[in-house]
Design a protein around this ligand. Structure first.
Ligand code: LLP
Length: 402
């Protein structure tokens, strides 16, 4: 069972640090990390946290101390990873749509580099020859993921080099001498169907015959965590068994073996995060009841952006009778966190809890409507520690030239 924080502790966090507030549970991150290690113990797989989900350096340090690696998509994420103490060999750089200049900077940090388009692979090869082995991101032509916006491995996606362009990769290798040390795929986010991973793995294994210096297969992230109460996440036990079987079969036939890497984001931090807001107003119109809260899609964009479902609980009034509400934010355009949601009767000033808010919550927040970003708190061994201060009006002006 994934550890959960008690409503009492979350209420006291809301009172101590005010709302809106993000709260993260260290013991839950540890639990999820260890679960991944257990899942893939047969292959001694390496776990690289896709830190785009949540980059607070205090969170990165937790994963670093657990022995994890980190997957970064920008040089700033790489700098945060270095600040958190990750060694260069534990960092992967997996950007897209960047120029050669960013790759050259990444080489200076001596980190693992993942290249996802042909022209850049050629430019990189021309620049570095065989001196800096790289991983290549492939597009497996597999449609998978919770919705189209978070599906990345289908044929029309901007990510990766198509599996139909392997000959082009080989030509670049011949022409420039670039050394390919690994193959990577990331098919999408919220993938429940285990067959998607096995199909992706088998596709990659089939492509391995084209490259003699490979040591790494990176299968990306995307494990599904349950957002709704009755929903199931990816069946990790079966996944671990099936991945091991597919690899063992290939290794027996080919007499080759690889280091297996994964890059989970949501799986490590989503369920470990909570978002607390306060009910400001109740509005009963002829057609429905609204709860207006002191936050909006500037702080948690997933419902508006992906139609994502986050469980909402009225932790101030858990014994209240059940009513149906639209939970709306304070941003001055349509800003709906939940439609027709049953909640225990909400009264002004009640604290509402959004679950599963650790991944892509604070990280995708903005200052839209000139509303400052929330604070972040980490719960470690029962203690509440502020790990990011609430922004103030002065922060909004920080880079404005007056
Ligand atoms: N590796 C690569 C190359 C990725 O692009 C991603 C996520 C991951 C790993 C981690 O995927 P995860 O395990 O978190 O599913 N903002 C969206 C999710 C976008 C995911 C982007 N790439 C959301 O809130 O649902």
């Amino acid at each position: 069972m994934v550890p959960v924080l008690s409503n009492d502790l979350l209420l006291s966090a809301a009172h101590q640090f005010d709302t809106p507030l993000y709260v993260y549970d260290e013991s839950c991150i540890k639990h999820q990390f260890e679960l991944l290690q257990k899942t893939f113990y047969r292959n001694n797989a390496s776990i690289f946290y896709a830190c785009k989900a949540l980059t607070n350096v205090n969170i990165l340090r937790i994963i670093q101390k657990l022995g994890g690696g980190i997957d970064c998509v920008s040089i700033n994420e790489v700098k945060l990873a270095l600040m958190a103490g990750f060694g260069a060999e534990k960092i992967i750089f997996t950007p897209n749509s960047v120029g050669l200049d960013e790759y050259i900077e990444a080489v200076e940090y001596k980190i693992n580099i993942n290249i996802d388009n042909l022209s850049l692979l050629e430019a990189f090869g021309n620049h570095f020859g065989s001196s800096y082995p790289v991983i290549v991101r492939l597009n497996p032509h597999i449609m998978a993921g919770g919705n189209l916006k978070i599906s990345t491995g289908h044929v029309d996606s901007k990510f990766g080099i198509s599996i139909e362009q392997i000959d082009d990769i080989k030509n670049i290798v011949l022409k420039t001498g670039v050394d390919i040390k690994g193959l990577h795929i990331h098919t999408g986010s919220e993938i429940k169907d285990i067959e998607v991973y096995i199909k992706g793995l088998e596709l990659v294994l089939d492509i391995c015959k084209n490259f003699s210096n490979l040591t790494i297969i990176d299968l990306g992230g995307g494990f599904k965590v349950p957002y709704k109460i009755d929903e199931q996440g990816t069946d990790m036990i079966t996944l671990g068994v099936k991945v091991a079987e597919a690899l063992a079969k290939y290794e027996a036939l080919s007499k080759r073996s690889f280091n297996l890497w994964f890059e989970p984001g949501k799986f490590l931090v989503s369920q470990c995060g909570y978002f607390l807001v306060k009910a400001n107003i109740l509005k009963h119109s002829p057609s429905r009841s609204f709860v207006g809260v002191n936050s909006g899609f500037n702080h948690l964009i997933r419902p508006m952006f992906y139609d994502a479902y986050h469980q909402i609980t009225n932790i101030s009034h858990p014994e209240g009778s059940l009513n149906t509400y639209n939970v709306v934010g304070n941003i001055c355009e349509t800003d709906t966190f939940a439609w027709d949601r049953e909640l225990n009767e909400v009264r002004p000033n009640d604290i509402l809890l959004f679950s599963n808010a650790g991944a892509y919550g604070f990280e995708m927040s903005s200052r839209f409507n000139s509303r400052a970003r929330p604070a972040e708190v980490l719960v470690s061994n029962g203690d509440l520690k502020l790990i990011r201060k609430r922004e103030t009006f002065d922060d909004l002006l920080q880079n404005v030239v007056l």
